[in-house]
Design a protein around this ligand. Structure first.
Ligand code: ATP
Length: 354
């Protein structure tokens, strides 16, 4: 399938600071990309640069064969890119119909009418056509913003935290609707989110940014199964971290030891083990862990546990574990690692916040 968007070695500086560096990314027709990363890593700047609200310093952006670079800085209105901001930016003095009609001035009145009616039906907004934005719920306003962006038939839709103002139950429904809509119209989209569940359920592809660079891009499955570094696994909360001691091929942890065949240790590098909750089990015997937090979820009880001996150099904290058994707060239990394909990562000392 041919690419609708190709970004090559893109760099962007704002007020002499490098905000984006060496960004490479591609999107096929109809593909939906979830862009995630810690606050300030450059997600909005990347969307703004694709949309044409920021100038690029070097590299290129190719949108459906239209090449944008330093020598050809195509203005925003000629890029065929739709943008939906977090606050929807609807015109308050225009009705739903007029908001959607806003960008359609080049078309005849009859063409406009047909197009708007089709979008109102697709988005379930027919009864609201003559209402003003302040008369609509958050979800309805978001639909109007979507309809208005789609009216001009964009090649790509950019969405900056599109669901963040909408309550969780409505959000799921809207996400599914929007995904169907984009797929049925074969429109590619990039959406920024801080919500990891959203990105895993809505995106065909995930790109994780850190300090102005994309550090991993792939399908949700690829990224979840094979995070390529500590930052990716930690940001997406793919599992918990267990300190390890590595001696040649032998790896020791508080929850058990194992061997690895192909670990290369660089000087001064520390490793931690990524432990997904399904690879821990409760067993009888001497306790090694204590329950520090309990919540109830659709997957059963969710526990956060710490090592009993916090002075142990391999002591751990906030180990995530699900069980159908009810444990009590401060209960001491024995956990063990279930053998699996162990994933060790060079360790950083601080973690991200989302
Ligand atoms: N117009 C500007 N001039 C100078 N620096 C800017 C400008 N806009 C953004 N920045 C800086 O660029 C960096 C990236 O900002 P950006 O808004 O793209 O991050 P983000 O990943 O979208 O963050 P968040 O998740 O908090 O929305 C930040 O350090 C920000 O301060």
């Amino acid at each position: 399938m041919s690419d609708i968007l190709t970004i090559n070695q893109l760099s962007v500086s704002l007020q002499k600071n490098t905000i984006l560096a060496d960004i490479n990314l591609s999107l096929t027709s109809g593909e939906i990309l979830g862009l995630v990363g810690p606050s300030g890593c450059g997600k909005t700047t990347l969307l703004n640069t694709i949309a044409g609200f920021n100038q690029l310093n070097s590299g290129s952006i190719i949108i459906d064969k239209l090449c944008i670079n330093n020598t050809n800085p195509v203005p925003a209105e000629k890029r065929n890119v739709g943008v939906i901001f977090q606050d929807y930016a609807l015109f308050p003095h225009l009705t739903v119909w007029q908001n959607i009609a806003f960008g359609l001035s080049k078309e005849t009145k009859e063409e406009q009418k047909l197009r708007i009616e089709k979008l109102l039906i697709l988005l379930g907004l027919m009864p609201q056509a003559q209402k003003f934005p302040h008369q609509l719920s958050g979800g309805q306003q978001q639909r109007v913003a979507i309809a208005r962006s789609l009216a001009v038939r964009p090649k790509i839709l950019l969405l900056d935290e599109p669901f963040s103002n909408i309550d969780a139950r409505l959000r799921n429904g809207l996400m599914i609707e929007l995904r169907h809509l984009l797929k049925s119209l074969n429109i590619s989209a990039i959406f920024v989110t801080h919500n990891k569940d959203e990105v895993f359920s809505f995106a065909d592809k995930i790109a994780l940014m850190h300090h102005g660079k994309i550090i991993q891009a792939g399908t949700p499955r690829e990224v979840f199964d094979h995070p390529n570094c500590w930052q990716v696994a930690d940001f997406l909360q793919i599992g918990s971290w267990l300190p390890v001691n590595v001696r040649e091929k032998q790896v020791s942890t508080v929850l058990g030891d194992f061997t690895v065949e192909d670990l290369i240790l660089n000087n001064g590098e520390h490793f931690v083990l990524l432990v997904k909750p399904q690879y821990i089990s409760l067993i009888p015997g001497n306790a090694n862990s204590v329950v520090k937090h309990i919540s109830f979820t659709e997957h059963g009880y969710h526990y956060l546990l710490s090592s009993i001996d916090s002075s142990d150099p391999l002591a751990f904290e906030d180990l995530s574990f699900y069980s159908q058994s009810l444990l009590s707060l401060e209960q001491e239990v024995r956990l063990q690692l279930i053998p699996h394909s162990y994933q060790l990562f060079a360790h950083q000392t601080h973690s991200f916040s989302t």
